[in-house]
Write a protein that binds this ligand. Structure first.
Ligand SMILES: [Zn+2]
Length: 308
């Protein structure tokens, strides 16, 4: 509290008192300051997001419950990866209050990693990588697969190159393409992944809100995907899973999960929110599928069309 009081004093020195109009008393000012540092929404009341962000009430929201048998099977859907095998330069991991993420920097060849194919009409360049997780007693992946929720979910957000910024991209239905990768905490994983390991090794350094950590051991985007079977995935048209819930996303969610150690998973539960509390269960509940068609790219090359 002493630190907070000092902070309030400093802010008052920097800003005239009337900038805090309608606020009287130290406790209210403290609340106001804390609120200013936090995102203006929380995972405690996801149902209320639509009050402030109209798009969160839309008809093509994410995440959803994916079901193999209710999807349209399309064996010829091929997702292509560009610059995914070239090491990234200068990756900085950051606690942004509601997740841990890094902005994807250019690779050693000066270009960004990208995806294309799978009915994407354009090239989509990687923008950021972030995570959703649960708690020591609950699973925290966002998408469900045949009723199952995995421990955590990694998102690799890609921006359509025809748009200059992510903000501009979110205003267009073909603005973003996001890869969803499930992580499953197990006691004795048989494999380890150099990319993910590098992130987990640095998680303790970003426990506090707005803290950052340089990832010094170079890794490629492919190494983040480990030995994941990227040929088997679901694809559907959806939204950001955080406000403003922009309906601008083509989703690609891989069926299989990457196994990580329980120790690695536990590191997520040490991450703190802007109020210094553990950031837990930072996932949005599943949303109605409505009239959407979900595609499923199966592992076998057999055409199998199912009703939806
Ligand atoms: Zn996400």
């Amino acid at each position: 509290m002493v630190v907070l009081y000092e902070l309030i004093k400093k802010v008052f020195l920097l800003f005239p008192l009337h900038s805090f109009s309608q606020r009287t008393g130290d406790s209210n000012q403290a609340v106001q300051l804390r609120a200013d540092r936090s995102p203006p929404w929380s995972y405690e009341n996801t149902e209320a997001w639509g009050n402030d962000y109209e798009q969160c009430n839309g008809r093509r929201q994410s995440p959803i419950a994916l079901r193999t048998e209710r999807s349209l099977w399309v064996p010829y859907l091929n997702l292509k990866f560009g610059n995914y095998d070239v090491p990234l330069t200068n990756v900085t991991l950051m606690n942004i209050g509601y997740t841990v993420q890094f902005q994807v920097p250019p690779t050693e060849n000066g270009q960004l990693p990208f995806i294309t194919g799978a009915k994407l009409n354009d090239r989509y360049e990687a923008d950021n990588v972030h995570f959703h997780w649960g708690s020591p007693t609950s699973q925290g992946a966002e998408h469900l697969i045949d009723g199952r929720r995995y421990s955590a979910e990694m998102h690799i957000v890609h921006k359509n190159v025809r748009y200059g910024t992510v903000e501009e991209a979110t205003m267009n239905p073909d603005g973003l393409a996001v890869l969803g990768i499930f992580l499953e905490g197990v006691n004795n994983p048989t494999v380890s992944y150099p990319g993910l390991d590098e992130i987990f090794n640095h998680l303790p350094e970003v426990r506090e809100y707005e803290s950052t950590s340089q990832l010094n051991n170079p890794f490629t985007m492919r190494q983040l995907l480990g030995n994941l079977n990227t040929k088997v995935f679901f694809s559907y048209s959806g939204s950001l899973t955080t406000p403003p819930c922009s309906e601008a996303v083509r989703w690609f969610v891989f069926r299989d999960a990457l196994q990580i150690s329980q120790n690695q998973l536990n590191k997520f539960f040490q991450i703190m929110d802007p109020n210094g509390q553990p950031l837990l269960n930072n996932y949005r509940p599943v949303q109605p599928v409505n009239e959407r068609l979900v595609l499923y790219r199966p592992s076998l090359g057999i055409l199998k069309v199912r009703g939806v």
